[in-house]
Structure formats: structure tokens, C-alpha cells
Design a protein around this ligand. Structure first.
Ligand code: CA
Length: 327
């Protein structure tokens, strides 16, 4: 068996972030992934809250030994957070039901420093999984130019190309939150992998799926957490019209893990992606030229098709496998 894939998860938990993290932890338990560190970011909720949320979920899953960075505060970000979807604690009010996190925010390193240190320690080996606004990655690149080229690969959940945005009619949340950071990251190398709303808006995780996972080990606190988090997210997703009226919530961030471990569920296209950083009506829009003209200098691989049923099926099976580990 080959060595496990080294990952840094850059995240702003956030409900779908938590599902992506639990998927990673299942794959760690299966020997396929090594979680090197978590770098939390401002986004869905503020930096202190995303840090605390990540720490509590790591505690719940017996992974409290994993290092957590605290989010860089962006000077250019100008968007509202998404507490209306995820709850003010980033997890639907469930923070109070979990043991307190073991990580200390005041003394934690900042996320950009964690990214720089780890990429220098393992050049070419670490995959950066970026499921938050790209503030931390851009800060690392600005502080240490060229550092992002030291990642094995950078996999981003963000953008919207042939579908509407979700924070404005044009902009997806992670890109729209910090447009300048996104533009820096997209120009840092020529093989950024982008999982946009085009495919993640098809990933509707339903209450029945949560129930199926819960039943595997209903007595474990993690099972109840998954069920209750799902219930909360389903409700807010319906209120804010995220799922075309279907009962469920969108596990956007989990698409990154599917790309890494179940690539057959996705079809990607080479493209030169730009972020609209100025537009009066279109700020935060992600763009590539879709005309049939010859073009050169692509910087990205963009997923535009997904086998959603298959992706959700493997996510469910891996979360069931995770719960069985705690028997
Ligand atoms: Ca996220």
C-alpha cells in the first residue's frame, strides 16, 4: 500500500466543513490520508469561532493531537459571514453539547505560518485542501512568495461558472468573501483544482442519509452530533432556498475529498480562471472563456460535472465506517 496522502485542511467550520472533516478523519482511520494540520479561516463565522469549532470536532473524534492554526484577519475581505446558515457557533448551536476544545486560541500559531512551515518541511508532499475564503493561503503566498508552489496540489471549493452565485447573483461565498485572496491563489501556480457551485449545488445531503449513518452506532455522541447538525442545516437551507425545495443541505466542501479519493465521480476541464475583483455588479464572479477559441496559459482544472449519487453514496459509507471505529 502506498503512503497516505498528506493533507492540510484550510477550513471555516461551518456545517459542510464539518462533514468534509469527518470524511477526512474516516479516511485517516482507513490509512489513506494523513492530516498534517488544520488551518482555520474567517468565513462562515469569525476566526475565533472557526478555531473553537474545529477544536471541538477534533476532540469529539479523538483527534485533539492535530495542530490548529488561527485564521488570518483579512484587510481586504468585505463580505458578511454565513452564520445565518451555520449558526453563530458554526455548528447549529451544538457547540454547547460538545466537550470544550483542547486547543488554545491565544497561543496558537496563525494559519499562514502553519502553511509556510509545513510546506517547507515537506516540499512537494502536502495537498492543501481549501474549503474556506482563501485569505490564509494568500497571506502565506504574500509572506513567502512561491510557497504555494511547494504544495503537491491545491484543491479549492469555490466559484460559480455556469450557475448563479450564492452570496450575490454572481459570486460564490468563498471567492466573494475575499476576492483579492482568491486572485492571488489562482495565479500562484498553473494547476489549481476548483470544485465550484456548478457541481456542489447538486450534492444534497438528506435527513435520510444522516439517519442511515446515525443508526450504525446510535449511542455514540458523534452519531447524535451528525444527526442534529444535519437537522439544523436542512432547516436553514430550506429557509434560505439553497436546495430548490428539496429537504437536505449542500455538502459543498466534501467535493474536495471526493476529488482526492474518488476521482471517478468528477469530470474536470482545463481552464484559465480569473476572479472579477472590481465589477460593480459582478464582484467575486469566477470566469473562464467558454468560447471555442484557441487559448493558452491555463491555470486551473475546473469540475463541471459530478456523479452526485455516487459521491454521496461513498461519503455515507465512509461516515458509517468512521462511526464503527468508535464501537
Ligand atoms: Ca467552508
Amino acid at each position: 500500500m502506498s503512503n497516505p496522502l498528506k493533507i492540510i485542511l484550510d477550513t471555516d467550520p461551518g456545517g459542510d466543513d464539518i462533514f468534509a472533516l469527518l470524511w477526512i478523519i474516516s479516511l485517516v482511520k482507513q490509512g489513506l490520508i494523513e492530516l498534517v494540520a488544520i488551518t482555520t479561516a474567517e468565513g462562515n463565522v469569525n476566526a475565533n469561532t472557526t478555531f473553537t469549532c474545529a477544536s471541538q470536532v477534533l476532540g469529539l473524534t479523538e483527534f485533539a493531537h492535530i495542530e490548529i492554526g488561527k485564521g488570518v484577519t483579512s484587510t481586504t475581505a468585505n463580505s458578511e459571514d454565513a452564520a445565518y446558515i451555520h449558526g453563530v457557533d458554526g455548528m447549529g448551536g451544538l457547540a454547547a453539547t460538545l466537550p470544550p476544545g483542547k486547543h488554545e486560541y491565544a497561543t496558537a500559531p496563525t494559519s499562514d505560518d502553519v502553511i509556510i512551515d509545513k510546506l517547507k518541511a515537506y516540499p512537494g508532499e502536502i495537498t492543501l485542501v481549501a474549503i474556506a475564503p482563501l485569505t490564509n493561503l494568500a497571506a502565506a503566498e504574500t509572506k513567502s512568495p512561491g510557497i504555494l508552489k511547494q504544495a503537491k496540489e491545491i484543491v479549492v471549493m469555490g466559484g460559480a461558472f455556469q450557475v448563479p452565485g450564492n452570496v450575490t447573483s454572481q459570486a460564490e461565498f468563498n471567492i466573494g468573501f475575499d476576492v483579492d485572496a482568491a486572485q492571488i491563489v489562482f495565479h500562484s501556480r498553473n494547476d489549481i483544482v476548483i470544485l465550484p457551485l456548478d457541481i456542489t449545488s447538486q450534492l444534497i445531503f438528506s435527513p435520510e442519509m444522516a439517519q442511515e449513518i446515525y443508526q450504525v452506532n446510535a449511542h455514540h455522541q458523534l452519531a447524535k452530533f451528525i444527526l442534529e447538525l444535519n437537522n439544523f442545516l436542512v432547516e436553514t437551507s430550506l429557509i434560505y432556498r439553497q436546495t430548490e425545495g428539496k429537504k437536505g443541505f449542500l455538502v459543498h466542501d466534501a467535493a474536495t475529498i471526493a476529488y482526492l479519493c474518488y476521482p471517478k465521480t468528477l469530470l474536470l476541464q482545463r481552464a484559465k480562471v480569473e476572479v472579477e475583483t472590481q465589477g460593480k455588479f459582478t464582484k467575486g464572479k469566477t470566469i473562464f472563456d467558454q468560447r471555442h477559441n484557441a487559448k493558452i496559459n491555463p491555470n486551473a482544472w475546473v469540475a463541471l460535472q459530478v456523479d452526485a449519487a455516487n459521491l454521496l453514496a461513498v461519503l455515507i459509507e465512509d461516515l458509517k465506517a468512521l462511526l464503527l471505529h468508535y464501537n
